[in-house]
Design a protein around this ligand. Structure first.
Ligand SMILES: NC(=O)c1ccc[n+]([C@@H]2O[C@H](COP(=O)([O-])OP(=O)(O)OC[C@H]3O[C@@H](n4cnc5c(N)ncnc54)[C@H](O)[C@@H]3O)[C@@H](O)[C@H]2O)c1
Ligand SMILES: [Zn+2]
Length: 408
């Protein structure tokens, strides 16, 4: 024992986490045991459970509140419903209204939720992000169970460990990392989705395929017309694979809370997030991601040696899925490029952007050549209007990680 007060203690420790992901066909019907099993009773008592519903889902499925009540009645040994589902407006506007958050916290407080209670949220990515954030900060973290109702939320965001809202016109400026207690991807919940939102999630599936699973990218290219027709025997396995790849990255990638500089799952997202804000959020996240990936893919062809045929396939895959790759805001390149600095600020440290020198073979770069990026944006717009590849210019230096100088 020393009397000295000054000392340093650096202790590494890790906190074990379990990520529970389930795939079902009818979560409140034939598969209801799966959801019930996720909701563990709290000590000797049933756990309190509060349901939150995306208003557009509630409108499309008017029986859902009643179904939820019967579900909780049937499993009353496990859960006690705190009241009727809380219904919140769906879509990005929710994430832009900071005062909504306080209202959510008030409802969680009024329902006397504790850290063994469950917040079950049913909705699109925007509702999951906002309710998830409220649940992450109430009592420093309630148990969150997500039932994503869009293809995007099932294929990507639902399994994520990020929650948050937009502030100061910046996407996800306010938020928290937290691992959901459970996620149930239910096929039936996708049935009422509009074609526009059904398409949306497949841009994230293309993204994760390009980063991690080249055969999945081939499948997406081949299946694009059938995905567009919503043939579920084709769509569901792709959604499932995309969710699994995202989950694998989060749980096995070594950096779930993004402490390191690279953020590979955000391929194409520096411009996507900026475009969403520039379009006053009239562009959906999935639509903006398709454009953002197209831009960074063409940049990768111009600067990093991605074969031009592969880049053309990526763009054709998006148009085959029904995505528009042009947008009026793409004309304002200087403003779009400020998205790079915003992206850097969000993560801290030096700029790190994932690019694609080969399908299934991403790399990180730390510098973007603005002239080449401008050219990439022009080529994406050109492709959108005349869907053939116009660039015959090969990259001079095919070393991954090096950014080309523009020749003029
Ligand atoms: N947390 C993360 O890791 C992460 C990852 C990717 C994206 N996101 C976020 O997710 C959001 C986008 O999510 P999204 O693409 O699901 O869009 P969304 O939540 O905006 O939903 C799109 C529209 O579909 C409606 N809707 C949802 N499900 C429906 C259904 N089954 N039937 C009828 N209508 C339905 C919604 O009410 C909304 O109007 C963005 O805010 C994005 O930033 C978060
Ligand atoms: Zn995304």
């Amino acid at each position: 024992m020393t009397d000295r007060f000054e000392s340093s203690l650096d202790i590494c420790f890790s906190v074990p986490s379990v990520h529970r992901l389930r795939f079902t066909h009818d979560v409140f019907g034939a598969d209801r045991q799966i959801l019930a099993a996720l909701l563990e009773p709290s000590a000797a008592e049933p756990a309190r459970v509060q349901f939150w519903l995306d208003a557009n889902v509630a409108e499309s499925c008017p029986m859902l509140p009643e179904t939820i009540r019967s579900f909780c009645d049937e499993f009353c040994d496990r859960v006690t419903l705190t009241g009727p589902p809380e219904i919140v407006p769906g879509g990005e506007a929710l994430k832009n209204e900071i005062h909504v958050l306080e209202g959510m916290l008030r409802q969680m407080h009024a329902a006397r939720l504790d850290r063994r209670s469950y917040v079950v949220v049913i909705g699109g990515g925007a509702v999951l992000d906002t309710v998830g954030f409220a649940a992450a900060i109430a009592h420093r973290g309630l148990r969150l169970v997500r039932l994503p109702t869009t293809t995007l939320a099932q294929a990507d965001s639902g399994v994520g460990v990020k929650n948050g809202v937009n502030l100061y016109r910046t996407k996800n400026w306010l938020g928290a990392f937290s691992v959901p207690w459970g996620v149930v991807n239910d096929a039936r919940l996708l049935e009422t989705l509009s074609d526009r939102d059904f398409r949306g999630g497949f841009s994230e599936a293309v993204k994760v395929a390009l980063l991690k699973d080249a055969p999945l990218f081939d499948r997406l290219c081949d299946a694009a017309p059938r995905i567009r027709r919503r043939e579920m025997d084709v769509c569901l396995p792709i959604i499932r694979r995309s969710a699994e790849l995202h989950l694998e990255h989060i749980t096995r990638g070594g950096d779930p809370f993004e402490a390191l500089e690279a953020r590979p799952l955000d391929f194409g997202h520096w411009s996507a997030h900026k475009l969403e804000a520039m379009s006053d959020f009239s562009l959906r996240h999935g639509e903006a991601v398709a454009i953002g990936i197209a831009i960074d893919t063409v940049y990768s062809a111009l600067a990093l040696g991605l074969p031009v045929d592969d880049a053309a396939r990526v763009l054709a895959c998006f148009t085959g899925l029904g995505f528009a790759l042009d947008h009026p805001q793409l004309a304002d390149v200087p403003r779009l490029l400020t998205g790079l600095e915003e992206f850097r600020e969000h993560l801290g440290g030096r700029l790190t952007v994932s690019m694609l020198p080969g399908v299934g073979r991403p790399c990180d770069i730390h510098e973007i050549d603005p002239k080449l990026m401008r050219r990439a944006i022009e080529q994406v717009r050109h492709f959108a209007q005349w869907p053939t590849w116009v660039s015959s210019q090969p990259a001079r230096d095919r070393q991954p990680g090096r950014v080309q100088r523009d020749s003029g």
